[in-house]
Write a protein that binds this ligand. Structure first.
Ligand SMILES: *Cc1c(COP(=O)(O)O)cnc(C)c1O
Length: 220
């Protein structure tokens, strides 16, 4: 078994022991095709990328049944290209971006599943909606024909300690639960937790852990 596959299997076992409902999104950004292919051959089908150019290259070179999730900052002028390769966009951080994805997906006869990125820490450098904005965005989204909002995503500040991380991840889950009650939408996806905080996120109800370096090795 390759090191990458071994890392993935170990992580899967760790996650399963904490929360059987959390799945792993293998974040392959900056890592090479070989490692992605090894995971593919071991049965992994969902990968996360954060830059259009790299996504396009990997999409062209790797099997077509890979499901690519776009998890990076998405510039308006890249929407048309990104949705050719990725039917999941996890980093929708403004209503205008969501409206644009809906319009362009319609023009391209595609459908995109989106997550709304929420800034639960209030950290000024983080993008995303403040929790209080999300209900209004979801209400607008429910009238859009070419996008589905499947849930929420957050990135915790890198310097947060365990107590703060627990607080942020719990806040995102509570936000989702309130929105679910108020809107009647299912909002099944809570994308939170990365290599350094996945155990806490899994304990707080994450359904999708976005993990790169613990699987692929240190990013250079
Ligand atoms: C890079 C990245 C990850 C994965 O980070 P690791 O620390 O390597 O696990 C997760 N989410 C987003 C949005 C990222 O850009």
């Amino acid at each position: 078994m390759s090191q990458t596959v071994e890392n993935f299997r170990r992580l899967e076992a760790q996650v399963a022991a904490i929360s059987p409902s959390a799945k792993i999104l293998a974040v392959s950004k900056t890592f090479g095709m070989v490692a992605v292919r090894e995971l593919y051959d071991a049965g992994v089908r969902e990968f996360g990328e954060s830059r259009l150019e790299e996504l396009a290259q990997k999409h062209a070179a790797l099997p077509k049944d890979i499901v690519w999730h776009f998890i990076g900052r998405l510039q308006a002028n890249k929407v048309r290209k990104v949705i050719q390769f990725s039917q999941f966009i996890e980093s929708v951080d403004s209503l205008s971006l969501l409206q644009r994805i809906d319009r362009i997906a319609g023009e391209e006869k595609l459908h995109v599943t989106c997550l709304l990125e929420v800034n639960v820490s209030g950290e000024a450098s983080k993008t995303g909606f403040v929790p209080a904005e999300v209900a209004a965005v979801l209400a607008q989204a429910s009238a859009m024909e070419h996008v589905t909002c499947a849930g929420l995503m957050t990135m915790a500040p890198l310097d947060a300690d365990e107590r703060e991380l627990t607080q942020y991840f719990t806040a995102l889950r509570d936000c989702r639960d309130r929105l679910r009650q108020a809107s009647g939408l299912a909002l099944p996806v809570l994308s939170m937790g990365m290599s350094n905080d996945f155990e806490i996120a899994a304990r707080c109800g994450s359904t999708e852990l976005r993990i790169g370096s613990l699987i692929f090795g240190a990013r250079s």
